[in-house]
Design a protein. Sequence first.
Lengths: 353, 231
Amino acid sequence: MYVAWRDLRFARGRFALIGAVVALITLLVGFLSGLTGGLAAQNVSAVLALPGDRLVLQPTADAAATFAESAIDDSTVAAWRAAPGVESVTAVGISQARAEGPGGSAGVALFGLDSPAFGVSAAGVDEVGLSSAAATALGAGVGDTVTLAGAAFRVSSIGADLSYSHTPVLALTPGAWRALDERLGGTGAATVLAVTGTPAWDEVAAETGTTASAPLSSLTALPTFRSEIGSLALMIAMLFGVSALVVGAFFTVWSMQRAGDVAVLKALGASTPALVRDALGQALVVLVLGVGVGIGLTALLGALAGGALPFVLNPLTTLAPAAIMIALGLAGAAVSLRTVTSSDPLTALGSTR
Amino acid sequence: MILLDDVTLTYPDGDARVTAVDRVTLEGRSGVLTGITGPSGSGKSSLLALAATLVRPDSGRVMIAGTDATRLSRSQATTLRRESIGIVFQQPQLLPALTAREQLRVMAELGGSGRRERRALVRGRVDELLDAVGLAAVADRRPAQLSGGQRQRVAIARALVHEPSVLLVDEPTSALDTARGAEIMGLLARLTHERQTATLLVTHDLVHREALDETVEVVDGRAALVTTRTR
């Protein structure tokens, strides 16, 4: 790194420029990752909070299972409860409605289930539990009254920040949810079963005509999630590609410019591994600084925008993209190593630079 | 010392091969500045490339510090250059980002084994060598801030800082005026004698012939000892 450090100091303008480009790409990637995380949380955090090893859905006759269309009748619920290896089955009803609270009205996701482990729960038939986002949207606190389809419910608790399909969660007891769903035109059948235990998942699913998948895998049963996150993930992937390309192009041009220096160093006795270490070390310094600045800016802007945008700031949306950026940038820079390894020290003799 | 023993070097030229060096035997002894002269295209630079282990001869041996360089792998030859050979190029070939002092220190940072020992050796000799070539006052300047003669002096100091037994010099005065050329030749002669290096110096410029201890003339790839001077 002896020559690399001095090159960095000597050509600081050029390296600052590429560092700034890396920082800007990192900012874009970080911001998109945070936004993706935020949108994903708004879409599926309630699904991921369901207390089951697998989530069971009922496909329709002509389509794959989706949360929107799944309706599980009581006999299917009973079949799952009776299956060997099953420890618990929580039947969950999911629907969406408009709620009115003391501070305003908002669209909410109604979750009918009996499980304190969910994070939001109702204590009694005439009561609801609000997610923190629902409480904010409705301007409601514990003891306040919330109206759903003309029926009044007392807020018994305010729980975790859970959302489903971009609407905040409001929890009811299974009985209250069924009555409300029927009043809203539904069948009152459970939407999904959260099952724990170690049954023969595929066999039971086949016998009952349902699907049983891990909570993460089941997210594909939310069509909006698939298209929304898919689009954002594609953008992030393309930015990763652009980043590797930009860094690779810069270091390739840089290596070509200093091919004469490399030939001289080889003629003087520099080992190729030392020159490779020098080149990759230089790229690593630029990448770490650029990515560091980019992630810092992402964190700053994310913290500022957190209230206005669905933005999640955590290691998965900052450190993971940063690590990928650095790894891909190094891969791009590695392309330039060909100039270093193929440089002929003989060219240093008699060359005029 | 360095010995090129009956070496032949040919280059491809279309379907044929051109003989650049034809069965040359040449010895460079410790403390002796040997000039290799001859017209353009006579094979002087090819001889230097052979001596620098940058090319391998078709036949013959190149003995450097007791090692037959023709039997070494590429990485072993690199190690031999790093440890036993100093090279002064036709142009100074200094690294633009490094100060004069750093141009010398870089010789300790070329990788390979024995880095710690080499670092200690080189770092202890940098200032002494810069002083020896008269550049102590400009040690912190980069190449762009030095004159042509000063750059060539830095290159000479760089070639000697790791205490090589062999010093190879390629047309060191080609870019300098007569007065500065004479200075550089005098400096090379002094350092060769003081540091007991076996120095081979390629030149077509016979103006500075008086600085050489021996002169070997190369014509059409063949070499002949022309003059030897006793000091």
